[in-house]
Design a protein around this ligand. Structure first.
Ligand code: FAD
Length: 437
């Protein structure tokens, strides 16, 4: 991607202690920091809360470009496929670098249909995926039950995506944090970026505050004013908060908004075995999924709600998630409840991420990954690390170009994609339980 504003390290003087300051220690910020440090950059990550406390803490961890594929979003599917192809090597390297296993499971995914209407809709989804050359097998109910014997006898048809896998996002962020530490990345928790600082038309650093309550100016940085952290380049990986960072000029903003998702985390006291593959469903009204972790734990999700930064848990949403899952896999009702939690997906008007230089020098976006941030972490990290050292990203990431929002982009924040509105899919995009209330 050609540079638009400075996308490499600023030649600012005096030379900042950090070549890159990354805002946000989620899966994206940590992956970017790790890869950038591997390229020889001195990287500081500033995290308002704790490592991995944002959407990355809630995500189910599906690496599912095939089952997520949506008509009209083919370029996003290409991004997903490119990142999925990187995942096995990324996980191996990360495991070796961190000493921690991010728990990548080559499990495959089943999308199931219960009645004739759902089966007809699923048949169309299978045809669409095959037209893109994606691996999507059509299974009769009996064939699906041979793969997953615990499925309800009422299942009529299934789409089997053998290449859609899963990872444990909490283990992923823990491994990334450890790999960052070993690579010399400095990660500071409890430090909120309050402002992106611009001098002479270029971003020169960030203004910070101790988010644990000590107030602005309480974070001493050697050789710098207490509330200012100088940076060669600032990378915004602040998830659903990325669109509203103070200091970023209006013309350079990107329209990222929070999209709430409620999930349940369940555990089988009998251990693993109830379900081996990720299981997805779309009732027309609601969609959802059950993702096995391989150790007897499951993530059941998720609502898709436009409720700003609200992360409350509602009884109705949880009822609907359990009700729908139990129709497909009755054994779900025997599982123990470990946690109910809500997270905020960083959504954009076209559901694609925002990766690349901002319209102001010294600022780079790595955000807006919506429901695919775990899947897209390896691709994003490689692309941003390349930009930070002045190289062209090796992967084609045009679909994520921030310039697509250049004209009136900020005004589009809070609007929904005409594509996603027009065509509900078997992903977690359709208005779900919470969205109806
Ligand atoms: P986050 O993980 O949200 O991290 C951003 C961090 O920035 C936070 O820790 C926050 O505290 C910090 N921050 C914000 N503002 C500031 C500031 N001013 N100063 C300092 N720090 C700041 N993706 C998949 O690929 N597969 C899935 O199966 C999947 N399932 C999902 C299910 C649910 C219910 C949800 C909510 C999301 C799901 N996602 C999934 C999407 C995925 O979680 C996100 O796309 C991804 O986690 C985004 O990562 P991130 O690092 O950009 O943001």
């Amino acid at each position: 991607m050609p540079a638009q504003g400075a996308n490499t390290v600023n030649p600012a003087s005096p030379k900042p202690r950090h070549d890159a300051v990354v805002i946000g220690a989620g899966a994206i910020g940590l992956a970017v920091a790790w890869r950038a440090a591997q390229r020889g950059l001195r990287v500081l990550v500033l995290e308002r809360e704790r490592i991995g406390a944002g959407a990355s803490h809630v995500a189910a961890g599906m690496l599912a470009p095939v089952t997520e594929a949506t008509f009209g979003e083919e370029r996003l599917t290409e991004l997903g496929l490119a990142s999925a192809a990187r995942w096995p090597r990324f996980a191996r390297e990360l495991g070796a670098a961190s000493g921690l296993d991010p728990s990548l499971r080559a499990c495959g995914t089943l999308v199931v249909a219960r009645d004739r209407d759902e089966a007809e809709a699923l048949d169309r989804e299978i045809v669409f995926r095959r037209s893109l050359g994606l691996a999507a097998d059509r299974l009769l109910g009996s064939e699906a039950r041979r793969l997953e014997p615990a499925l309800a006898p009422t299942i009529r048809l299934a789409l089997h995506a053998p290449d859609d896998h899963a990872v444990d996002p909490r283990r992923l962020t823990a491994a990334l944090a450890a790999a960052c530490a070993r690579e010399g990345v400095e990660v500071r928790e409890g430090v909120a970026v309050e402002e992106v600082v611009i001098e002479g038309g270029e971003v020169t650093g960030v203004g910070v505050a101790d988010a644990r309550g000590s107030g602005s100016g309480s974070v001493p940085v050697a050789g710098e004013a207490a509330s200012f952290v100088a940076a060669g380049t600032v990378v915004v990986a602040a998830g659903s908060w990325s669109g509203a960072l103070p200091g970023v000029p209006e013309r350079a903003r990107v329209p990222v908004r929070p999209v709430k998702g409620q999930v349940l985390r369940l555990r089988d006291p009998e251990g693993p075995g109830l379900l081996h593959r990720s299981l997805r469903m779309d009732t027309g009204l609601r969609s959802g999924y059950l993702v096995p972790r391989g150790d007897g734990r499951y993530v059941l999700g998720a609502t898709v709600e436009e409720r700003g930064y609200d992360t409350s848990i509602t009884a109705g949403a949880l009822h609907d998630l359990v009700h729908d899952a139990a129709e497909l896999l009755p054994g779900v009702l025997e599982l123990e409840l470990e946690e109910a939690i809500a997270g905020l997906r960083p959504g954009t008007p076209d559901n694609a991420p925002v990766i690349g230089p901002a319209a102001v020098g010294g600022l780079v976006w790595a955000t807006g990954h919506y429901r695919n941030g775990i899947l897209l972490a390896p691709l994003t990290a490689d692309a941003v690390a390349a930009m930070l050292v002045g190289e062209e990203p090796r992967a084609k990431i045009d679909a994520a170009d921030p310039r697509r929002f250049a004209a009136g982009g900020a005004a589009a924040a809070g609007t929904r994609s005409p594509l996603s509105d027009a065509r509900p899919t078997p992903s977690d995009r359709t208005p779900l339980s919470g969205a109806r209330r």
